[in-house]
Design a protein around this ligand. Structure first.
Ligand code: SAM
Length: 242
């Protein structure tokens, strides 16, 4: 197994990667790599290289041309769930290919996140991107009020969906089959107590289509994971053995 490490693009100069003391510790003490051992360095923005450990830095051997990203950008607009629930959402939805997380504060959101939480979510996104062999690390945006979030993504080129319960709505998959997303897709999921009627109306007025994820009520943590899985399955080309 070749280990992966996300580096800041500023750490790379020509064929050399300057490792931070934390990264040196991680590679040599945690992963037990020795002088000359190889690993994959990725800048989290689409570039990755095979590199080898040389002293306190790393030397780039060759660029890697990998392609594990979804063909469209997927933004997950999630009303923050209670406790540490958003950590699980960030971890799983990063593995599934999410491009950006937009945590939102809705009328029934109970959590008021601290700056520490934001740093933790970003760390989790980085670790999950390394683990799932992605080329990009998804962006975790600062939490924002739901009403403001609707305005932020107001763009006719973006397909926008809001997951709703207890009202008539076609399944997300039906929508994606009828109108395959071209470039960008935003999907909104609510908190434990669900959306208020006014929030759903506001989202629809802002261009979001209400969608179902099936007949069962999913937890606030399960719903975004299912939503991104459905999107990924519908937009991704089948993997063929060559
Ligand atoms: N308290 C709400 C109710 O009783 O209807 C349920 C809220 S659910 C726990 C949290 C969020 O997950 C919902 O606001 C919705 O966005 C999403 N969700 C859960 N199950 C869903 C389903 N079957 N279809 C669409 N969205 C769903």
């Amino acid at each position: 197994m070749v280990y992966r490490l996300v580096i800041d693009p500023a750490q790379q100069q020509n064929e050399q990667i300057h490792l931070t003391s934390q990264q040196q510790h991680y590679l040599s003490r945690v992963l037990r790599l020795r002088e000359g051992d190889r690993f994959v360095a990725m800048d989290g923005r689409g570039k990755s290289w095979i590199a080898r450990l040389v002293g306190m830095s790393a030397q780039i051997i060759e660029p890697l041309s990998e392609s594990t990203e979804l063909p469209i950008a997927v933004t997950l607009m999630t009303a923050l769930p209670k406790g540490n629930g958003f950590e699980e959402i960030v971890r799983c939805c990063t593995e599934l290919g999410t491009t950006a997380f937009m945590p939102t504060i809705s009328d029934r959101t109970l959590l008021n996140p601290s700056t520490n939480k934001l740093e933790r979510w970003r760390k989790i996104a980085t670790e999950a991107a390394e683990q799932s062999e992605r080329q990009i690390v998804p962006v975790v945006l600062d939490p924002i009020d739901f009403a403001k979030a609707l305005i932020e993504v107001d763009d006719l080129e973006t397909d926008r969906y809001i997951c709703v319960t207890r009202i008539e709505a076609n399944h997300l998959l039906t929508h994606l089959r009828e109108k395959p997303p071209k470039n960008n897709l935003v999907i909104a999921t609510g908190p434990e107590g669900g959306w208020t009627e006014a929030e759903v109306k506001g989202a629809i007025a802002a261009g979001f289509a209400p969608v179902s994820l099936g007949r069962r009520i999913l937890r606030a943590i399960t719903a975004p994971i299912v939503a991104v899985s459905v999107v990924a399955a519908s937009v991704e080309q089948p993997i063929t053995n060559q």
